[in-house]
Design a protein around this ligand. Structure first.
Ligand SMILES: NC(=O)c1ccc[n+]([C@@H]2O[C@H](COP(=O)([O-])OP(=O)(O)OC[C@H]3O[C@@H](n4cnc5c(N)ncnc54)[C@H](OP(=O)(O)O)[C@@H]3O)[C@@H](O)[C@H]2O)c1
Length: 335
């Protein structure tokens, strides 16, 4: 296993993190449901392979994912790094059981700790921005959690670049604990973060934690143009795909990935994950696996590295059009 620093922090995390969103179908229905025996096999295999980093959230199954992760980890729970999140709606009828108010953050952290059966959370992430709460209130509450020892590190998820920058500048000005990571959607089919979020994070010392690195399983090559989506897969369960990408371009990309995979005697998933692994700003890639075979396949990405030419080729064929002001800044960068 390869370990990397989590952003500018001293914490070493495995370059592959196991996501626990697929453990339960409650709440986020399309993600998946696994029997506990399969969850246990997946978690045990992950640890035995050197994975020391697990990601969950309070809203995955309204707490069920945290509970299942804790149960599967058993007495190894304090030997690994656990990341969870706060922000989502935990009770439709309670306007305070959601969001990033001090009230909700303090309540949510205690509930997550209870479900995880732990005294502290290693990485506490704000799941996405809350327009109804002053960010100063959120940052002070998070800083207090670090000071009282309930939380070790803090991170963001799904923030715009200006929200990251404003937050970290405020944390610096106030002498608060600073965000060390940014959990963002990033894959060969979704490179939007490269324009603003990645440069902001590199400048401010946040490590990127890509989520849905296989675009929900599309970048495994198991979906093909002329056949119905295989039964039981996430895409077959979804009325409308959650991630936005051009399906035709997706199929073309999978064909290109197959060609590269053949050269390395590898699989499409392994090439897609290795492209992310080649990015120095990535601290850890949060994978999902609904069974042990998928985990084994995905971990196979660690057995080889893509050549510089192959990374460059994939960069080129998936290069999104540079929006303004990026194309302007590119044009005049050297003047
Ligand atoms: N912060 C956020 O907003 C956010 C959002 C989403 C996810 N996340 C985090 O990111 C983690 C990973 O997200 P994700 O599950 O969408 O990741 P993903 O790796 O893009 O998709 C995982 C899914 O792809 C399929 N799959 C994976 N490996 C495969 C293989 N080798 N062969 C065939 N199929 C394979 C499985 O689905 P099927 O078996 O159903 O086909 C699996 O559940 C989550 O658990 C969560 O921790 C965070």
């Amino acid at each position: 296993m390869e370990y990397r620093n989590l952003g500018n922090s001293g914490l070493k995390v495995s370059v592959i993190c196991l996501g626990a969103m697929t453990f339960t179908e409650k709440g986020w229905r399309s993600a998946g449901k696994m029997d506990f025996s399969e969850i246990k096999k997946v978690v045990d295999y992950a640890i035995d392979s050197g994975i020391n980093f697990f990601d969950t959230a309070d809203i995955y199954g309204f707490g069920e994912s945290e509970t299942l992760l804790s149960k599967a980890l058993g007495n190894r729970i304090n030997d690994v790094i656990i990341a969870t999140k706060v922000r989502g709606v935990m009770d439709e009828n309670d306007p305070n059981n959601r969001g990033l108010s001090r009230y909700h953050i303090f309540k949510a952290v205690d509930e997550s700790l209870k479900r995880l059966n732990r005294d502290y959370i290693d990485l506490y992430q704000v799941h996405w921005w809350d327009n109804t709460t002053p960010i100063e209130e959120t940052l002070e509450a998070l800083n207090d959690l670090v000071r009282i020892g309930k939380v070790r590190y803090i991170g963001i998820s799904d923030f715009a670049a200006w929200q990251i920058t404003k937050s970290v500048m405020l944390q610096e000005m106030k002498g608060y604990s600073k965000f060390v990571s940014a959990q963002m959607y990033y894959s060969l089919l979704g490179r939007d973060i490269e324009f603003e979020v990645v440069p902001a994070c590199e400048d401010l010392g946040l490590g990127i934690l890509p989520w849905s690195p296989l675009a929900g399983g599309f970048l495994t090559g198991k979906y093909s143009k002329d056949k119905p989506f295989p039964e039981g897969t996430r895409y077959s369960r979804m009325e409308k795909p959650f991630l936005r990408f051009d399906l035709e371009k997706g199929y073309e990309l999978v064909d290109a990935l197959k060609e590269i995979a053949d050269k390395y005697n590898a699989t499409v998933s392994q090439v897609a994950l290795n492209w992310l692994r080649a990015k120095p700003f990535v601290s850890s890639i949060i994978i999902g696996a609904t069974n042990l075979n998928q985990l084994k396949d995905n971990l196979g990405c660690l057995n080889f590295e893509l050549s510089e030419e192959d990374v460059k080729y994939l960069d080129e064929i998936t290069q999104p059009e540079r929006p303004y002001p990026q194309w302007f800044l590119d044009m005049f960068a050297d003047l």
